[in-house]
Design a protein. Sequence first.
Length: 112
Amino acid sequence: MSTTVKDGALITIDPSDATVLDWDWGTKHLAVGVTISSSSFRLVAIRQAASPSPVTLDSDSILTGDRTTQVRIVGAGDAALGDLFLLINSITTSESPPQIKERSIRLLVEQR
C-alpha cells in the first residue's frame, strides 16, 4: 500500500520499513489533458548523523494515467533516529514547450 503525500509534508519513516510514496500532480499542478513525460527523485540530507546517506530510493515510476509519480524508500535501517531528509520530485510535462516542476517533502527517521 502506498501513501499519497502533500507538498511540504513531514513524513515519518521507520528504519525497518520499505515505504512507497505517491505524488498526485494532476489534482493541483497540471492542466486538464497534460501528463508527465519524465520524473526523477533526489534526496538531500538536512540533518544526518552518518555519511553518505543510508537511505535509498528505488522503483520510481510514473503511474497509469501519467499524472501521478511514485517512489519507494528502502535502506533506512542504517539511518540514525532523528535523521531528516528532503525528498524532491522533479517532473517534465507533456506540454509544448514542456514545463519542469518540482515539489518536496521532508522525511524524518523515527521508530513507529
